[in-house]
Design a protein around this ligand. Structure first.
Ligand SMILES: [Zn+2]
Length: 162
């Protein structure tokens, strides 16, 4: 496996952390394996959701910021971080938090400036399907989305029958 994170460094500015790459990557290239330490059943500000009830501490990758037009993907099926665009040396890495997070413990307002900015970053369950469809999504997010839709359909049916 690719030696983890020697190529990645955390930059701190005014208490804001960012994950910076020390080398260039081509679109589609594997950057590193996603560490999975201290897996918990509840999310916190440092975890990444890797399955329905599993939230992993991800080492240095906890410094990844959110972007609505991100340059990396977290593939939680293969536990790999992959470049979504060509990335230059010294560039900040970011991913789309709702691609892994169903319901975040600490929602925030996004000011990324992307034309498709979702503004409120709280987890996939708070986003319309049309928005989620524009993004790479982890399998557990897809599953929970389908579950939510099925439950809604069932609920509507019950209302009609009542
Ligand atoms: Zn945004």
């Amino acid at each position: 496996m690719i030696s983890i994170m020697d190529t990645l460094t955390i930059r701190t500015e005014n208490k804001f952390r960012a994950l910076i790459t020390k080398q260039t990557y081509k679109k589609g290239q594997i950057i590193c394996a996603i560490p999975s330490e201290n897996v918990m059943d509840k999310p916190n500000r440092f975890t990444v959701q890797i399955e329905k009830d599993k939230h992993a501490h991800v080492g240095k990758l906890a410094a990844l910021n959110h972007s609505c037009d991100p340059n990396v993907i977290l593939d939680t099926e293969r536990m790999l971080m992959i470049a979504r665009y060509d990335i230059e040396k010294g560039g900040e890495l970011s991913f789309f938090y709702p691609s892994t997070e169903w319901e975040m413990q600490a929602p925030f307002i996004c000011l990324c400036g992307a034309t498709n900015c979702i503004h409120v970053v709280a987890g996939a369950r708070f986003l319309p399907l049309s928005t989620l469809e524009m993004h790479y999504l982890s399998p557990h997010i897809r599953e929970m989305m389908i579950e939510l839709l099925n439950n809604t359909e069932l609920h509507l049916k019950k209302l009609q029958e009542a």
